[in-house]
Design a protein around this ligand. Structure first.
Ligand code: NAI
Length: 466
């Protein structure tokens, strides 16, 4: 009998498996496709490889500004783009395989079916069936793209992120339904490579869960770059034409909207993978939106845990990994890690955005006595020298305590972590302003934004006299 069976080998599952093994557990991971899950194989990592392509194309297109001229223009080699992307993916997936092996974690490739709280049947990819016994089960089966009924189609040009990631040419035109994280990351990639991109977002702005300062400014910026953003827009039907192209019939702000395009990307959210989990019979509390757990990520059935996207809450790889560590420790009765309620997020648009803690809207809703301060990267030496000074850092403090940090700009995904420490450790304004930041760096912008909370920012105009 195993101590732990982990179902799903993504960033939730493989991390849970490693942590359990570190604590002395005998562990089996059951994975139906590839180790690394969506993140490594179809999500975070391959899209970041493509994000780099978008950056390179942008750099080449703006070389003149830096005094570099290439005569005769440039071409894009799609097979090479995918080759590089797949090499990156392979290195990481193989790395996970090697780490699991080093901990003597068994990996079985196939679909798991939970029989009861101690028994899992695996329908292996090689056609065999294997029965496993275990003390604990960790469900880490992730989520798949959700396709509303009126967008279902057998036209291969109507795609989800799972398919578009393997594009074989750069489409002339692309309508993206959903201006959320997936929609905007692909919008950035294809727009940079020359596709005419339309985004239809039913809300009044793209990435509407972000602090509105951030999402409004990003929306204005991408529109200026040439992306077509349709707010308060929704699709009624997708009509496939004979040549495979699509007529998107919908509405924008109450008026009819018709768009003709070569491809459509449906990016309106993801739904948990519950197939084979037998939750009804096991008596595990859940809905189609996800599985319910306690703070240890244990379900109401003792010994059955669930982590990551399958919970149907925030779907982020790093959050899934954090759940995995907590669940593994709880399964082994060695709870060490604290529940991290402060989870940052990073979105790879151009420029990047990254955020942690409360948005201004949330601070307002909580009736906090908050102050905000913004430092524009236009006043930052490093940003200007790098030729990328769009954006800002916004900091929100409740009294003296930093409760939210929101960044749009170059390397925002890395810069955010000083904010993560500040918010998660409840740091005060003086903790940051009393800390020397190296020059010239983007991080100086964070110190400046925090100084600005007291009107003490150095590289900003003096506050207006009252
Ligand atoms: P999402 O929830 O981020 O965005 C979906 C968007 O579609 C929302 O803005 C919503 O208002 C809009 N929408 C929904 N139905 C619509 C309709 N019928 N017509 C027009 N707009 C509609 O979901 P998304 O982008 O599919 O991503 C799924 C999950 O994956 C999210 O939880 C996301 O955070 C996560 N993810 C995170 C990444 C990152 O952190 N960098 C990268 C990719 C995904």
């Amino acid at each position: 009998m195993k101590d732990v069976i982990v179902i799903g080998g993504g960033p939730g599952g493989y991390v849970a498996a490693i942590r359990a093994a570190q604590l002395g557990a005998s562990v089996t991971v059951v994975e139906k496709e590839n180790l690394g899950g969506t993140c490594l194989n179809k999500g975070c990592i391959p899209t970041k490889a493509l994000y780099k392509n978008a950056e390179v194309v942008h750099s080449v297109s703006t070389m003149k500004e830096f005094g570099v001229n290439i005569d005769g223009g440039f071409t894009i080699d799609i097979p090479q783009i995918h080759k590089r992307k797949e090499e990156v993916v392979f290195k990481l997936v193989d790395g996970v395989r090697r780490i699991l092996n080093s901990y003597e974690i068994e990996t079985i490739f196939g679909s798991a079916e939970i029989k009861d709280k101690n028994q899992v049947v695996v329908h292996k990819n090689d056609g065999e069936t294997e029965n496993l016994e275990t003390k604990n089960i960790i469900i880490a089966t992730g989520a798949t793209p959700y396709i509303p009924d009126n967008m279902k189609s057998d036209n291969p040009n109507i795609m989800t992120s799972d398919e578009i990631i393997n594009f074989d040419h750069i489409p002339k035109s692309l309508v993206i339904i959903g201006g959320g994280v997936i929609g905007m990351e692909f919008a950035n990639i294809f727009h940079a490579m020359g596709t005419e991109v339309h985004v239809m977002e039913r809300n009044d702005r793209i990435l509407h869960r972000l602090d509105s300062d951030l999402s409004k400014r990003l929306q204005a910026h991408v529109k200026k770059q040439g992306m077509k953003i349709h707010n308060k827009a929704f699709v009624k039907e997708l009509n496939s034409k004979e040549d495979g192209s699509i007529e998107v019939v919908g509405e924008e702000k109450g008026k009819e909207l018709i768009l003709n395009c070569e491809k459509v990307l449906v990016a309106v959210g993801r739904r948990p993978n519950l197939k084979g989990m037998n939750l009804e019979n096991l008596g595990v509390n859940h809905s189609l939106k996800g599985i319910e757990t306690d703070d240890n990520y244990e379900t109401n059935v003792e010994g059955i845990f669930a982590i990551g996207d399958v919970l149907g809450r925030v779907m982020l790889a790093h959050e899934a990994s954090h759940h995995g560590i907590i669940a593994a420790e709880a399964a082994m009765n060695k709870r060490i890690t604290h529940n991290g309620s402060v989870i940052p997020s990073a979105i790879f648009t151009s420029p990047e955005v990254a955020t942690v803690g409360l948005t201004e809207e949330e601070a307002k809703a909580k009736k906090m006595d908050y102050v905000t301060s913004k430092f524009m990267f236009g006043g930052n030496g490093k940003a200007l020298a790098m030729g990328d000074s769009h954006g800002f850092i916004k900091v929100i403090a409740n009294g003296d305590t930093i409760v939210g940090v929101h960044i749009m700009g170059l390397n925002a995904s890395d810069l955010i972590h000083e904010g993560v420490l500040a918010v998660s450790r409840g740091m005060r304004i003086d903790d940051i302003t009393g800390t020397v930041h190296a020059h010239p760096t983007m991080s100086e912008g964070f110190a400046e934004a925090v100084m600005g909370l007291k009107g003490d920012s150095i590289h900003a105009l003096a506050p207006k006299k009252k």
